[in-house]
Design a protein. Structure first.
Length: 329
């Protein structure tokens, strides 16, 4: 019966044969996690093999990206975390930067050009920057209370033709509350998120130092769009992809309540919900220019401090941030 069951699962797509695995992975031997379950292998392998067309010359596929970006499974064990704020020296620099931008806010040339009907939005913009400024001051004054770290679920290490994506299996299980099915769903989204970092770098040209407040929401956006495409593909894992989309969209959206770097991740949920139909163009545009963006230009800084360190509550400001993103692209 055991052999017959395995054959049936393989035939109907519930279990993938080792020779059919397009997703290749290895283990961090020093911090070795458990192996993937049969269900996880099937789900991740199908995601890895799916090709998502973008513009006329670009497509996203994890299996293709594995030519230069290998996958490693590892234990995190609290070793890698994502801090809400950067180190104090960098936070002080950001605080001074925003302070300067707030000085004479209404005297800036681009402010004076705005039509009167847009002044309500502009007042919200100024108010939000003041809130961001205050949150940064709180973090500087009370770092123990304000600066919280969150375990990393995955990581991308860029090293050109020898890059790697790491999935922290234990951290993903913890985030999924040790629910095996949700662990599989979340593992799929984290895999896509991290490989979108690889995609952005290897498609573009230049030095790989993207603006995190753009890079992270775009990786979230890409992963959600990919799950959406697979969910409507008719593949054997379409139903699982649909459930993964619903589950992880909620997790991405919850990041909008965070303080610090993580808040910007939540913009990926907005992009998916409001601009899914423009995904092929938007993802391709960003990938082509992500490594060439000037992180210190006015447009980049205006965008950054609308999303960091708190997420805006106003749909009008979300739309403004989207326009700023389009300007940068």
């Amino acid at each position: 019966m055991g052999v017959l069951r395995n054959m049936t699962e393989e035939y109907f797509g519930d279990k993938v044969r080792e020779e059919d695995m397009v997703l290749k992975y290895s283990f961090n031997e020093k911090f070795k996690p458990r192996d993937l379950t049969s269900g996880e292998k099937t789900f991740l392998n199908a995601l890895a093999g799916y090709t998502m067309p973008l513009d006329k010359s670009l497509f996203f596929q994890v299996a293709d990206l594995q030519r230069h970006t290998k996958l490693v499974l590892s234990m995190n064990g609290g070793r890698y975390t994502r801090s809400g704020f950067p180190e104090r020296e960098e936070l002080e620099r950001e605080f001074a930067e925003l302070s300067k931008m707030l000085d004479g806010f209404r005297d800036k040339p681009w402010c004076k050009k705005l039509p009167e009907e847009n002044w309500d939005l502009f007042e919200m913009w100024e108010k939000l920057w003041k809130i961001q400024h205050e949150k940064m001051k709180e973090a500087l004054d009370n770092p123990e209370k304000s600066v919280k770290s969150i375990p990393s679920l995955g990581a991308y290490y860029n090293n050109g033709s020898d890059s790697k994506v790491v999935l922290f299996v234990d951290a993903i299980e913890e985030e999924a509350k040790k629910n095996p099915y949700n662990t599989m769903l979340l593992m799929g989204q984290v895999l896509l998120h991290e490989y979108f970092h690889s995609f952005h770098f290897h498609v573009g040209t230049g030095v790989g130092n993207p603006l995190r407040c753009v890079e992270e929401p775009m990786a979230e956006y890409g992963s959600l769009v990919m799950l959406d495409r697979v969910a409507s593909s008719g593949l054997s894992i379409a139903k699982e992809a649909e459930k993964a989309l619903k589950y992880t969209l909620g997790l991405v959206k919850s990041k909008q309540q965070s303080i610090g770097d993580t808040a910007a991740y939540g913009f990926g949920a907005y992009l998916y919900e409001r601009h899914k139909d423009d995904s092929s163009n938007l993802i391709a545009q960003y990938a082509n220019v992500s490594c060439l963006m000037d992180n210190s230009c006015n447009e980049a800084l205006e965008y950054k401090y609308l999303l960091y360190p708190t997420y805006p509550a106003s749909p009008a400001v979300e739309a403004l941030i989207y326009e700023k993103l389009k300007e940068m692209l």
